[in-house]
Design a protein around this ligand. Sequence first.
Ligand code: NCD
Length: 311
Amino acid sequence: MRMPTRHLLGIESLHPRDISALLDLAESYALLNRSGKTRRDVLRGRTLINLFFEDSTRTRTSFELAGKRLGADVINMSVSTSSVSKGETLLDTAATLNAMNCDLLVVRHKSSGAPALLAQKVDAAVINAGDGMHEHPTQALLDALTIRRHKGTLEGLTVAICGDIAHSRVARSNILLLTAMGSTVRVVGPPTLIPSGIEQFGVTIHHDMADGLRGADIVMALRLQTERMSGGLIPSAREFFTFYGLDAAKLAHARPDALVMHPGPMNRGVEIDSQIADHATRSVIREQVEMGVAVRMAVLDVLARTATPNA
Ligand code: NCD
């Protein structure tokens, strides 16, 4: 397959056909990873730079692992150790990276649109690893792969995305992907954490967990993104847990075989109860992390094929 564009900036630019093809390729990488084999020929001689202006554990390490498993040279740049902390602008940083002839640039930034801006200025294929409250496309792809492996399809499923929808790029990318693939998406949370106009994305709004989770196939809990909140949008973490924290009693409203998901990092006892997060049969949170590597391998592979290699 080839991507419709040389970059992956969001789910918005992908056709359902592209999403299915990416998931199929990711599935083959998931099987390869489990067998312990690698395919170092795929990105041999290519350079991948991880440019993270925001903290990350899972996403950065998983892009690093994905790049290395495919044979790329991987460089990690974090803001605190780069010239960005000396006041260099995003575009100066881009020019520097460009001069190094990098092929794949993975970017996380607190501002929505920063990866799109970089994509206009660099020759490398740019992958959005999370920009502000906008999009996090590889997270939505890895969530979709995890769901598809358990449910066999994305079509006709009911997915409840719970908690801090307003500040979540994960929610946004998931809503775009899941609705495009034929799932029914509900967003569940207090009015202060549900952005106005979200119905335009084809979701229904629920302020009560029992109502939002009723009959759901998938329950996705999101972290309270306090770093993006200004002012008190929730009375307290404790009160939030009482009404919106995913525990056994609230999960009982979903289907008996409903899967529990969380993109991480988790705040146990705030948006999710430990017993549910670690549940042996219901929680697929660890599998999400595993699928993250496979999905990023698929994305890197396809983008490297789509882009013109550096001379
Ligand atoms: C998410 C992110 O950074 O958007 N985490 C992740 O990539 N796994 C969600 C979050 O920070 O809560």
